[in-house]
Design a protein. Structure first.
Lengths: 117, 205
C-alpha cells in the first residue's frame, strides 16, 4: 500500500452520485405518503410501508454511510441490531395474551384526566 | 517475560497500527460499534411500541392527529442535511476548507431547523391534550410512546447539532480533517436513518 499522496487513502472508493441518492429517498418518501391513501387493506399498506422504510434505511447506510464500500465484516456489525430487533419483535408479540383485553375486564381508557386524590 | 519487557518497555501499550475492519482509523470502527448499540436502543423502543400498539383496542389513527405534511417536510430536511454532510466530506477530500465549513454549517442549520419544527409540533399536540399520560383520542400509551420515541430521537439530533458545531470549529482550526469529518458524518446519517424508521412506524402506519 505505497502511498503516492497524502490523500490516497481517501480515494480508495468512488464517490456515489449523492444527488441521485437524495432524489431516490425523496421519491420513496412521497410514495410512502401516497400509499397511506391507497385503496388497499391496512395489512398490505403496512407491509409495503415497512418495506419502503427499510429500503430507505439501507440506501442511507449503503451510500451516505459508505457501507457499500467497506469490508463485508463491518456490514455484519451494522446488520446485528437489525437481526436482533427482528427477533425481539417475534419474542414480544406472543408474550401478550389477547384474552387480557376481554371487554368485561379491560378498563376503558377515556382520555379523561385521572381524578385527583 | 521480564526480558521482553526490558527490551521493549512500551510493548504493552503499543496497539496494532490498523483496525482490521476500518484501516483508515480505529475511531471509525468505534463509531460503528456505538451506532450498532444505539440502534438496538431504538430497536427496543420501536419493538415495544409495536407490541403495545398491536394489542391495544383503542389506538388512534396517527394520520388523523399528526400533521403528516409537517413531518414529511422534517423528513425531507434530514435527508437534505445528510446530503450537505456528504458534500462536506467530499469537499474535505478535495482539500477545500471553505466548502467544508459551509456544508458543515448548513448541516447544523438543518438539524436545528428540524428541532425547531419538532418543538412546534410538540407544543401543538400538548395544547390539544396529548401528553405523556393523557390522550383525548384513545389509548394513553399513544402519547407515552410518541413522546418517548420522538424525544429520544430529538435528543440524538440535538447531540448531533452540537457534534457538528464542534466538528466545524475543529475543522476550521485545522485540527480535524477527513477522518474526523467522516466519523461525524456516520453519526449524522444514522440520526437520519432512524428518523426514516420513526416517521414510518409512528406517523404513517
Amino acid at each position: 500500500m505505497a502511498q503516492t499522496s497524502t490523500q490516497s487513502t481517501h480515494e480508495s472508493h468512488p464517490e456515489p452520485n449523492y444527488f441521485a441518492v437524495i432524489l431516490v429517498l425523496t421519491v420513496l418518501t412521497a410514495i410512502e405518503i401516497g400509499l397511506t391513501y391507497a385503496p388497499l387493506s391496512k395489512l398490505a399498506i403496512g407491509i409495503l410501508l415497512v418495506g419502503l422504510a427499510l429500503t430507505k434505511a439501507i440506501i442511507v447506510a449503503m451510500f451516505f454511510m459508505h457501507l457499500k464500500f467497506e469490508k463485508a465484516t463491518l456490514a455484519l456489525i451494522a446488520a446485528t441490531p437489525l437481526i436482533l430487533c427482528t427477533l425481539l419483535v417475534f419474542a414480544l408479540l406472543p408474550d401478550h395474551n389477547p384474552k387480557d383485553h376481554a371487554p368485561s375486564t379491560a378498563p376503558q381508557t377515556t382520555g379523561q384526566p385521572a381524578p385527583t386524590h | 517475560m521480564s526480558h521482553a519487557a526490558t527490551m521493549d518497555p512500551v510493548a504493552h501499550v503499543v496497539e496494532p497500527a490498523e483496525s482490521p475492519l476500518t484501516p483508515e482509523s480505529w475511531g471509525k470502527l468505534g463509531m460503528w460499534i456505538f451506532l450498532a448499540a444505539d440502534a438496538m436502543s431504538f430497536g427496543g423502543l420501536l419493538a415495544g411500541y409495536g407490541a403495545l400498539r398491536y394489542y391495544s383496542t383503542n389506538w388512534p389513527n396517527p394520520k388523523e392527529h399528526f400533521g403528516i405534511n409537517l413531518t414529511a417536510f422534517m423528513t425531507f430536511l434530514l435527508i437534505v442535511s445528510s446530503f450537505t454532510m456528504v458534500k462536506a466530506l467530499s469537499a474535505s477530500r478535495h482539500g477545500n476548507l471553505g466548502k467544508v465549513k459551509l456544508y458543515l454549517a448548513a448541516t447544523a442549520i438543518g438539524g436545528a431547523w428540524f428541532l425547531g419544527m419538532q418543538a412546534y409540533e410538540w407544543t401543538h399536540l400538548i395544547e390539544h391534550g396529548l401528553t405523556l399520560q393523557g390522550n383525548p383520542w384513545g389509548s394513553s400509551l399513544f402519547g407515552t410512546t410518541f413522546y418517548i420515541l420522538t424525544g429520544f430521537h430529538g435528543c440524538h439530533v440535538l447531540s448531533g447539532v452540537i457534534y457538528l458545531l464542534i466538528t466545524l470549529m475543529m475543522a476550521g482550526k485545522g485540527s480535524w480533517g477527513y477522518g474526523e469529518i467522516e466519523i461525524t458524518g456516520l453519526y449524522w446519517h444514522f440520526v437520519d436513518l432512524i428518523w426514516i424508521l420513526v416517521f414510518t412506524f409512528v406517523y404513517l402506519i
